[in-house]
Design a protein around this ligand. Structure first.
Ligand code: ADP
Ligand code: ADP
Length: 228
C-alpha cells in the first residue's frame, strides 16, 4: 500500500533525520512506528502526506510515486491526527467533523448523516454533542473528535502521531480499544506513532522499531517480544 525506497531526509540545517529507509506498509494493517524521542518517527510519517519531502529516495502509494501527486489533494485523501488535534475553536463539533466532506462538497444531508454516524461510533450522542464547541468537551472527548474527523471522508489511509499521549490513562485505554475496534471493522491502513511499547504491543499488527533515523526491526508484537 505504502512503500518507502531508500528514503533519506536531511533538514535544512543539515540534520540527517532519516538515513535510508526501506519500508512496506501493508493495506488494512495497523502499523506502529516506535522508537525514542527524536529518532525520526514523525519525520517518516509526514513523508506519507508530503508535510515533509524526501531529500533522496521515493515513496509510493499503490505503486504511484507521490512526488507527482498534488500535496493538497493527497492530504484530503489521508486522515491525519496529531497530539494537540487543533479542533477549530469557533466551529461546533458537527462543523469540525465535517471539515473535509465540506471541502469535498458533499451535500448537506449526506454530511449530517455521516456526522451522526461518526459521533455514535465513539459513543457521543449527536443530540448532545453536535452543537457543542470544543472547549465544552473533555480532553478525551476532543481526541475522539480528532479521530473521527480524520475518518470523516472515508480515507483509506489514516496517520496518527502520538494522538493519545496527552490523555489520562483511562481515556487513553478506552481510545486504544476504540481504535482497534474501528480498525477491525473498517480495515483501514493505519500508521500510528508512539514511544510507548505497551501501547504498540496492544494495538499493532506490525511494529516498526526505529533508532537514530534508521529502522532496526520490523515484526508482529509477538515477534518483537521474542527478539528484544
Ligand atoms: P520523533 O518523532 O521520533 O520524536 P522527529 O521526526 O520529530 O522525531 O524528529 C527527528 C529529528 O529531526 C529530531 O532530532 C528533530 O529535532 C529533528 N527535526 C525535526 N523537524 C526538524 C526541522 N524542521 N528542522 C530541523 N530538524 C528537525
Ligand atoms: P519539507 O522541507 O520537507 O518540504 P516543509 O517545508 O513543507 O517540509 O514543511 C516543514 C514543516 O512544516 C513540516 O515538517 C510540517 O510539520 C509543517 N507543515 C508544512 N505544511 C503543513 C500543513 N499543510 N499542515 C501542517 N503542517 C505543515
Amino acid at each position: 500500500m505504502i512503500r518507502f525506497e531508500n528514503v533519506g531526509k536531511t533538514y535544512e540545517d543539515g540534520f540527517v533525520a532519516l538515513k535510508s529507509i526501506n519500508l512496506e506498509i501493508k493495506q488494512g494493517e495497523l502499523t506502529v512506528l516506535i522508537g525514542p524521542s527524536g529518532c525520526g518517527k514523525s519525520t517518516l510519517m509526514k513523508h506519507i502526506n508530503r508535510l515533509n519531502n524526501p531529500t533522496k529516495g521515493k515513496i509510493y502509494i499503490r505503486d504511484k510515486d507521490i512526488a507527482l501527486a498534488d500535496p493538497v489533494e493527497l492530504r484530503r485523501k489521508i486522515g491525519y491526527v496529531i497530539q494537540n488535534i487543533g479542533l477549530f475553536p469557533h466551529m461546533n463539533i458537527a462543523k469540525n467533523v465535517a471539515v473535509v466532506p465540506h471541502l469535498l462538497k458533499w451535500d448537506k444531508q449526506k454530511i449530517d448523516s455521516r456526522v451522526d454516524e461518526l459521533l455514535r461510533m465513539v459513543d457521543l450522542d449527536p443530540q448532545v454533542y453536535a452543537g457543542r464547541y470544543p472547549s465544552e468537551l473533555s480532553g478525551g472527548q476532543q481526541q475522539r473528535i480528532g479521530v473521527i474527523r480524520a475518518l470523516a471522508a472515508e480515507p483509506d489511509i489514516i496517520l496518527l502521531d502520538e494522538p493519545f499521549s496527552a490523555l489520562d490513562p483511562i481515556s487513553r485505554e478506552q481510545l486504544q480499544d476504540e481504535l482497534v475496534r474501528l480498525q477491525q471493522d473498517l480495515k483501514k491502513t493505519i500508521v500510528f506513532v508512539t514511544h510507548d511499547m505497551d501501547e504498540a504491543i496492544k494495538i499493532a499488527d506490525t511494529i516498526v522499531l526505529m533508532k537514530a533515523g534508521e529502522i532496526v526491526q520490523v515484526g508482529s508484537p509477538e515477534h518483537i517480544l521474542r527478539h528484544p
